[in-house]
Ligand binder design. Structure first.
Ligand SMILES: Cc1cc2nc3c(=O)[nH]c(=O)nc-3n(C[C@H](O)[C@H](O)[C@H](O)COP(=O)(O)O)c2cc1C
Length: 478
């Protein structure tokens, strides 16, 4: 079947055209695929990696990882000019949150995901070359860059989220949803009724669909509508043969089945987004798989959580910046000029806010609100506020501001008892999932702003003149 705008293969072609994908042949799935991804993930801007010729699997059964760990690839996914800056991307998300239309999905007849359909005893999840992503993982996680689709039994609301999915047997998988996540709430509703919960898992699709899966969308909103808005067209779906759940028609790999009340299996551990193995082995709901569907030569997507930067968090950081910026403005903070969630903080633990200071206390106000607004509060550790001459996405400049404009006597606030998670290694305790954090004011002191030493760097006007005249003699990314 031909590639469509909303399938993974058209995205892969786009990456190839822009030099954003590295092909690797012959790596095995036990440690080598994970090991290669780990090395690629250590530096931002490394290409996505497409594995083929995986020992023990037919040629063409592929794995694609390190997906959205670069601003360039996120830009390509969203249809932005490939070299748009970090802050342009953040502004795209700000606008998306306020203005993007919701476009409902469209059921079509047939779809490439139905090229191979295995039912009942023929289901075999081991046909997919799911890697062990890290050496100490408890098993094979087929669902990392995935969509787990469920339907609310009362309202019929369709929700999908990225929740990790482990393979346990040819027709048994498990899903791990944290408390409060929409998938967890829906599962509980079926359990309260004593009914089995229908579920579908998608493990290879256009990354725009995956992006939406990992973003906290409001309760009751159908992620398919939001993904349609992002793609600019309805997501084409087919109904799962057994559950009737909507499945992207051009997905690479999908399976569906049931979660029965109190049917639990040992799950984990998996290396997590904070850079640590967290949670250990725990009992989680089993998925009894009834139908498995895949395209010819299927491609498994992997978004591997690990020491940041990692694929689990980087793209979400760019979205979070937009959300924090909007929430700062909604709280009445004027003149916010940029927000950046540094990749080393896994999108949550480090936020830099740049402002044009208007009054004494403005910087502290911005920092404390950023550290407590809904989009910024969970698992944060550092908020740094800088002046608007500092690019918040340029860590060198941020650290320079911290070194030269920060007064430790006045500029640091420690906040205690804040919202965090058991994945935060510095959470108070297993039973008390709060943390402490710090807000740093690294802006020039407001009352000395006119007498503060002048910065020893060319003015913007001189920069522009030099660039125009000597372009070919300057560094490529100057
Ligand atoms: C790659 C990736 C893996 C994730 N794994 C999990 C997970 O295993 N369990 C979980 O509860 N949330 C996980 N998340 C976070 C959720 O996907 C995210 O909070 C999402 O908003 C959940 O959807 P919901 O808001 O509809 O509940 C993951 C996110 C990403 C991007």
């Amino acid at each position: 079947m031909k590639n469509t705008k909303q399938d993974l293969r058209s995205w892969l072609t786009l990456l190839e055209e822009n030099g954003e994908v590295q092909k690797v042949e012959g790596a095995e799935r036990e440690v080598e695929i994970g090991g290669i991804v780990d090395i690629h993930q250590r530096k931002m801007g490394n290409p996505a990696v497409l594995f083929d010729d995986i020992p023990g699997f037919p040629r063409g059964h592929r794995v694609l990882a390190n997906l959205l760990t670069s601003v360039r690839r996120i830009n390509l996914t969203l249809g932005l000019p490939v070299d748009s800056s970090e802050i342009t991307l953040v502004n795209y998300w700000r606008k998306y949150m306020k203005e993007t239309p919701m476009i409902a999905p469209k059921v079509i007849n047939g779809g490439s995901v139905l090229e191979n359909v295995l039912k009942g005893k023929d289901v075999d999840l081991w046909r997919i070359p799911t890697p062990k992503w890290h050496e100490h993982d408890g098993g094979y996680f087929i669902g990392t860059a995935c969509m787990v689709i469920m339907k609310d039994p009362d309202s019929g609301w369709i929700n999908y989220g990225a929740y990790r999915v482990q393979v346990h047997d040819k027709n048994v998988a498990s899903v791990m949803t944290s408390k409060g996540k929409h998938g967890n709430i829906i599962m509980q509703r079926y359990k309260e009724r004593g009914e089995k919960c229908p579920v579908a898992v998608i493990c290879g699709m256009h990354p725009a669909l995956f992006m939406v899966a990992g973003l906290e969308m409001p309760y009751g909103k159908n992620e398919y509508d939001l993904a349609g808005g992002l793609l600019g067209e309805p997501v084409e779906i087919v109904n799962g043969p057994v559950t009737g759940l909507p499945i992207p028609a051009h997905a690479e790999i999908a399976f569906e089945g049931w979660i029965h009340p109190d049917d639990l299996v040992d799950e984990g551990p998996l290396g997590e987004w904070t850079g640590y193995y967290a949670g250990g082995k725990k009992l989680e709901p089993a998925i009894r798989v009834e139908t498995m569907m895949f395209r010819n030569d299927p491609i498994l997507l992997g978004a591997v959580p690990a020491v940041p930067p990692n694929d689990d968090t980087f793209y979400r950081g760019t979205y979070r910046c937009g959300a924090v910026w909007n929430q700062l403005e909604a709280a009445g903070i004027p003149e916010v000029k940029g927000v950046w969630a540094h990749e080393a903080g896994g999108s949550r633990m480090w936020l830099t806010i740049s402002i044009k200071q208007l009054y004494g206390g403005h910087a502290k106000q911005a920092g404390i609100v950023a550290s407590q607004c809904h989009a910024g509060a969970y698992a944060n550790r550092w908020v740094v506020v800088v002046d608007d001459d500092i690019d918040p996405a340029n860590m060198n400049d941020v650290i320079w501001a911290m070194c030269t404009r920060f007064d430790p006597r006045e500029g640091a606030e420690i906040l205690r008892g804040c919202w965090s998670t058991h994945l935060d290694p510095m959470v108070y305790s297993e039973d008390d999932r709060r943390n402490a954090r710090v807000v740093i004011d690294a802006c020039r002191p407001f009352n000395r702003r006119d007498t503060f030493p002048v910065v020893a760097r060319s003015s913007r006007q001189l920069d522009d003149r030099i660039r125009a005249k000597f372009k070919s003699m300057l560094p490529r990314d100057a």
